[in-house]
Design a protein around this ligand. Sequence first.
Ligand SMILES: Cc1ncc(COP(=O)(O)O)c(C=O)c1O
Length: 466
Amino acid sequence: MTRKEFIKTGSAAATAAGFTGCLTATAADKLALLGGTPVIGKAEAAKRSGIFAWPIVNDAMLKASNDVLLKRKMSGTDITKEFEAKFAAWNGTKYALACLNGTTALNTAFYAIGLKPGDEVICPSITMWASCSGAVNIGATVVFCDVKPDDLTIDPASFEAHITPRTKAVVVVHYMGAPCDMDEVMRIARKHNLKVVEDVSHAQGGLYKGRKLGTIGDVGAMSLMSGKSFAIGEAGMIVTDSQEIYEKSIRWGMYIRIPATFGMEGIRRTKDVPFGGIKNRLNQCTSAVGLEQLKKYDAERAEIEEAMLYYHKSIADIKGLKIIYPKWEKSNKAGWYSSRCLYDPAAFGGVLNTVFSLALNAETGGGFSAGCNFPLHWSSVYDDEDIFGDGKPPVRRGLPTGVTPKQLTGNLPVSDDINNRVIGDPWFKHFDKPVIDRYVEAVHKVSANVSQLKDYKGKAKFAYWN
Ligand SMILES: Cc1ncc(COP(=O)(O)O)c(C=O)c1O
């Protein structure tokens, strides 16, 4: 679906809604997007930008990174192993293995669970490509399933409907911090003898029914890059209780650690050549920063949770905006990475979320966005892209003649439409009520005066992809 088609859908909704919805507009405050006075002016926005600054870099982090440089230990493994041991203890898994980034962590995890060329992996369509492209590297086929419209995580029923005799694994993504329904995912996966990879890139330290995310499936893999909630640079981590998965992960890309793991007899034929042909070792400056981040992350996460729940409570009366938050006990949204809330265009007279978030940014100086990741099943890479130029799309290698990945994926109506139905929350890192209240004021102002946006013709874009 193109952006033009998106806009058409929005216009149709506007007409159908007759532009009434929740328009209880009181005194018409001219919106800043249309030339009115913003709620938060430039000077005030600059003063308050600290509420969004991330990661919080302290002196201990600077010193830790400097020490590694001064000792010239960037390419060693001692500090990384200490980081892994402490990360595993914090995460509640037997093993943790630090990787270059989330992409290589996921790629490694797919190998380590036993994925082979020709196998099929099921992945929700709404996520970043790295959640599943590692499977393509191995020569597997990715089949996409749909997500739930209320929290954007994998729809267990759609997952089950996409299983074929060739399916070997599912990758689930705790998307934008929201935990997947892991009881359902695990029940279905075990029934069909499938491995479960948890992509925890958006939800480090999050809980599902009291259990840490990344400890429920066979293996967790995650990004720790500097935009994420556990943010230490370009980095990734694999977590698992399985010795086999841990050791296979080392075999794939940790060449300096292969002899110690497998013994000289174990590498008699292969020597220390990694099976994956990659060097996945994390830079120790980053590991040292990670050790410091572990000491303060839980406290930072708790403050973010307080701030974000306060913000959402303060806008809960606005019909058409709805918090995404897990419904289960002892569950949370981790560090609220890139959190989304639900946006109902009909409740706003059909005004597109792109326009609504643009208006919010005009009132505040920034912090809001529209949409989420584009649906991956729209990409030809997973269906018929001739990557090697030999006339054979590699993702079709294991499929019976005449069967295509696109056919296996079929229609995913929620994924196709979800970009129209979500807005990115401002990501408050501090529970500073007076500052948050100003953003709340802006949301109320735009909601109450949304009718002014009905004929807005300026350029309004989705967050990530146009
Ligand atoms: C869900 C998800 N998985 C994996 C990755 C890849 O991680 P990295 O960028 O560290 O390679 C990202 C993005 O960064 C992501 O959002």
